[in-house]
Design a protein around this ligand. Structure first.
Ligand code: TA6
Length: 299
């Protein structure tokens, strides 16, 4: 059982940051300042909500999502680490790695002089992670909330051997109608099409969604998610990312997921910031890498 009073004693910031009992009693950092609001669950260091002042929520979470130990939350910003998708050799291991289904600790909180609020969470290797992935590591997630949301995942190799890993900020954006949404910024970029595997293809113009779409583009941002029906653009800036993933399950895949409402697929689009597949990251002992993204509503 999480000691909320002790956590608030150590990390709460009046009128900005509080740790409270969230959905199904999972501990949640609730951030609300003059610039925006956000929710970050300790479970998976999972950002489930971001809403700039005066705007509609930017992130999407399924109404059918689990909020339970050992299960990923469906929506927000799942952290895929240290592998993306199924484990390369053992499909019994959790999809997208274990970082999103482990409970993280709060490392620090701060209220910045410009009105933004910042929280840092951590996950370090232990017997359970070593049983799944035989390397020593330290993970830190920094979330900064203002008019824009800034998310940065830093991996440090604390062991004595190099390791290669995938990471992804697997961000689910809320859109009014995905069939009228586009993603700008990937024109001319090569991608692997997971729906119709074959040789890599090259994106021509903005990405449009008219069927199940699951593509790994071999370039980072910047991108723009244009929600035509919602009459807004989300500017996506990235650093430390050599891949971007665009995903919508469409009708059949949405029906096949118990934690995804059958009729919810038109209201979301994943634009993910990643290093995966052919562009994974290798870290020498004692070195770190940060994969970061920021999201801002622009009119
Ligand atoms: O990023 C797209 C993807 O890899 C899809 O193939 C689909 O599996 C999606 O992630 C969701 O994965 P999850 O394990 O969260 O159901």
């Amino acid at each position: 059982m999480t000691d909320l009073p002790a956590l608030n004693q150590q990390f709460a910031v009046p009128n900005a940051i509080v740790i409270e009992s969230g959905i199904n009693g999972l501990p949640r950092i609730t951030i609300a300042n003059t610039l925006g609001a956000a929710h970050v669950y300790l479970h998976g260091a999972h950002v489930t909500h971001f809403q700039p002042a005066g705007e509609q929520p930017v992130l999407w979470v399924s109404k059918e999502s689990n909020f339970a130990e050992g299960k990923p939350i469906r929506g927000g910003i799942p952290l895929c680490w240290p592998w993306f998708g199924p484990h390369r050799t053992d499909t019994a291991k959790p999809l997208h790695g274990f970082a999103r289904i482990r409970s993280w600790t709060i490392i620090s909180t701060a209220q910045l002089s410009d009105g933004r609020s910042r929280v840092e969470l951590g996950l370090d290797h232990d017997a359970a992670t070593l049983a799944l992935w035989p390397y020593e590591f330290s993970l830190r997630l920094t979330v900064t909330v203002g008019r824009e949301l800034e998310v940065a995942l830093t991996t440090t190799n604390t062991g004595r051997n190099p390791f290669t890993y995938d990471d992804a900020l697997h961000t689910y954006f809320a859109v009014a109608d995905v069939r009228q949404a586009t993603v700008e910024g990937l024109d001319g970029v090569a991608y692997f099409d997971k729906v119709a595997p074959g040789g890599n293809k090259v994106q021509a113009g903005p990405v449009t969604i008219s069927a199940e779409t699951d593509r790994v583009y071999f370039a980072g941002g910047p991108h723009a998610l244009v929600d035509a029906v919602g009459k807004r653009r989300i500017a996506i800036a990235t650093s430390g990312a050599r891949a971007s993933v665009v995903w919508n399950p469409w009708i059949a895949k949405a029906k096949a997921m118990a934690d995804f409402g059958d009729e919810e697929w038109p209201g979301m689009l994943c634009v993910e910031t990643a290093n995966c597949l052919d562009v994974a990251t290798t870290l020498l002992p004692g070195t770190s890498h940060t994969t970061a993204a920021s999201y801002r509503v622009v009119r």
